[in-house]
Design a protein around this ligand. Sequence first.
Ligand SMILES: [Zn+2]
Ligand SMILES: [Zn+2]
Length: 136
Amino acid sequence: MPMPKCSLCDEYRPGKMAAVYWGYRYASGDRRSYKQLYDANCYRVIHELVMKSEEGLFDCPICHKDDPLAHGMSFFATVFLPGGKRTDMVVEVCEECHLLFEDKVMQGATRLADRSGAGAGGPPPRPLDDPWSGYR
Ligand SMILES: [Zn+2]
Ligand SMILES: [Zn+2]
């Protein structure tokens, strides 16, 4: 098994990483899904977002404006920690910042096949380019 690479710092790390599955939808209805891996150090960024989501604090993670959803975008994520703990969260990003946040979601990420209900249950999606996915 190849050593996993952290999406954020781009370093190969031995051992397990946290997996984050992102799903979001443009105003046009177009969906995007991405998977990122985080080592224990870089996971702190995600942990802060999870904490905020659990507390219902929906200020924009980039500019920290309150109530970003007036014209913003919701990014849903399912977070799997090594050991199997699973958390669903939503990050709400204002209109001015959603492209910046999308850049972060795409950083070092694997694009996944679009699916409905991302971040709201269901098994994690399979990578688009996995030729073995039909046999499992
Ligand atoms: Zn890292
Ligand atoms: Zn913002």
